[in-house]
Design a binder for this molecule. Structure first.
Ligand SMILES: CC(C)(COP(=O)(O)OP(=O)(O)OC[C@H]1O[C@@H](n2cnc3c(N)ncnc32)[C@H](O)[C@@H]1OP(=O)(O)O)[C@@H](O)C(=O)NCCC(=O)NCCS
Length: 169
């Protein structure tokens, strides 16, 4: 498996992949593939943090981290994360998160936030964001809104979360 930054040539394949990955899940608005396109065209986009997992020349998974804010501080928001159904349960999602964190650390980002399964993200180091002083956005369950500190000496952050407007939150 090769994890690398996405390129323009990947966009169509990523669109289909995200659509397929989310098509079967309950907490989906069916719009995640359009969110990827919108975020890519937004000021929140970080080219080095939109990654694909390639297996035998086929893109099996995709992850995107974009910029948001906690109070006045810039943080990353992990969303969405997608693995094609036939490639799930092989560690690809976990590997994409780990590579994304590594790239984010190198770029100097201090925190990443995610709204997702409290069964899944803690294995990649995420913990309830409230414990770090981050205000959970209205309507999001405490246990599903998580954060990870990416740098050991990250300065404490606190306050309300601002998502890129493309999220519509
Ligand atoms: C969630 C997703 C990215 C995981 O990718 P993956 O490559 O299959 O994950 P990994 O192989 O790294 O990890 C598999 C483990 O995570 C668990 N897991 C996977 N998805 C989960 C979920 N939604 N909730 C809880 N646990 C989950 C699996 O049961 C498995 O557990 P095990 O190791 O104890 O058997 C993939 O299932 C997917 O694309 N789902 C549809 C889109 C989606 O829900 N994205 C996340 C939105 S927050």
């Amino acid at each position: 498996m090769l994890i690398r930054q996405e390129t323009k040539e990947d966009y169509a394949q990523i669109y289909d992949l995200v659509k397929t990955a989310f098509s079967t899940i309950e907490h989906s608005d069916g719009n995640e593939q359009n969110l990827v396109t919108a975020l890519r065209n937004s000021g929140a986009f970080v080219p080095g943090l939109s990654l694909v997992a390639e297996i035998d020349g086929r893109i099996a998974g995709h992850i995107m981290f974009t910029e948001g804010k906690v109070g006045q501080d810039t943080v990353l928001i992990l969303a969405p994360l997608s693995v094609l159904p036939e490639y799930q349960q092989q560690g690809i999602g976990t590997a994409l998160i780990a590579e994304g964190h590594k790239a984010a650390q190198e770029l100097g980002y201090q925190y990443s936030l995610v709204l997702g399964s409290e069964q899944y993200y803690p294995r990649s180091g995420y913990r309830p964001a409230r414990g770090l002083g981050i205000e959970v956005p209205v309507g999001m369950p405490d246990e599903n809104f998580m954060a990870i500190k990416l740098q050991e000496n990250a300065k404490p952050i606190k306050g309300a979360v601002t998502y890129a407007k493309e999220f519509g939150i």
